[in-house]
Design a protein around this ligand. Structure first.
Ligand SMILES: [Zn+2]
Length: 289
């Protein structure tokens, strides 16, 4: 699955896909409520009102860079609060390599934020030690986000994530801490989008007059475009996350911007009354309107 924004190509590498069982993350998105949003079907929900979601990485190729945005759950991790996220033995790196992206070909890793499902493949277990998976890459973390988790990782499952997937990158001298509104490369600037986490960052891609937005977890699912106040249980500041959704979606609504989520595929944001909806046009989301 891939999309083009001017000269920039974005490829989704899936680690995990799910249908339903999302009440733990979006408790207000009941099947009954989702059935009231028929535009979610078939791409983002089933006829029965169950949500389709994925844990994935996005490989972003610019004319000069090969960037992995968010790195999923990873293998062999322990201390995760979701039981099936422990001691995984997934084929993610093989999938990436088969798609044309062997780990050593990646020059940059960018994490939208430092939650468990966005940092896992930063590292892999070799001889009992966590080492950088992408051996030739610089890892770019938002400074605000990094400092928050460095200073607030006392909860057991959070400290496990930081200790096995973030700290080893810093200790190996591979991390670059950046401000939340800085530029990543010629085509990509960062947009601070706090709320889901204190230093959450979205990516704005501009190339040849076309635009893309990698929104990260500003919304976990497009149903939150219709219901901006449906904050997720994982949001560190649910009020702020709703404000951020309105601000970000207002900026890109009704523009030909390819929007991709941290857990959903590409579409375009449309104004719909006092909120928004998400559309996938026939012929693929990368085509101009
Ligand atoms: Zn996430």
């Amino acid at each position: 699955m891939h999309w083009n924004v001017g000269k920039v190509k974005i490829t989704k590498i899936v680690e995990l896909e799910t249908i339903g069982s999302t009440r733990f993350i979006l408790p207000l998105a009941s099947n009954e409520e989702i059935r009231k949003l028929p535009w979610l079907v078939p791409h983002f929900a089933t006829e029965e009102g169950r949500l389709k979601m994925s844990i994935h990485s996005l490989v972003v190729e610019t004319p000069s860079r090969r960037i992995v945005v968010d790195t999923g759950l990873g293998n062999d991790k322990q201390g995760r609060s979701v039981p099936t996220w422990n001691r995984r033995k997934g084929a993610f790196l093989e999938t990436m390599t088969e798609a044309g992206f062997p780990p050593d070909s990646i020059d940059t890793v960018f994490c939208s934020h430092l939650h468990v499902d966005h940092v896992g493949w930063n590292t892999r277990l070799v001889g009992g030690r966590w080492v950088p998976t992408f051996a030739k890459a610089r890892y770019v973390f938002g400074r605000t986000e990094y400092e928050h988790w460095r200073d607030h990782s006392e909860e057991p499952d959070k400290s496990a994530v930081f200790d096995d997937s973030v700290r080893p990158i810093v200790d190996a001298g591979r991390a670059d801490l950046v401000e939340s509104d800085s530029r990543l490369c010629v085509e990509i600037t960062l947009i601070p989008t706090p709320g889901h986490s204190p230093g959450h960052i979205s990516l704005h891609i501009q190339s040849d007059g076309e635009q893309g937005l990698l929104a990260g977890d500003v919304a976990h699912h497009p149903c939150q475009m219709a219901h901006l106040d449906w904050s997720s249980t994982a949001d560190s500041d649910p009020v702020r996350s709703a404000v951020t959704r309105r601000e970000l979606f207002s900026r890109f609504a009704d523009t030909p911007t390819t929007v991709i989520g941290g857990h959903f595929d590409a579409g375009r944001i449309r104004r719909d009354g006092d909120a928004f909806r998400f559309t996938v046009q026939a012929g693929g989301p990368a085509h101009p309107l």
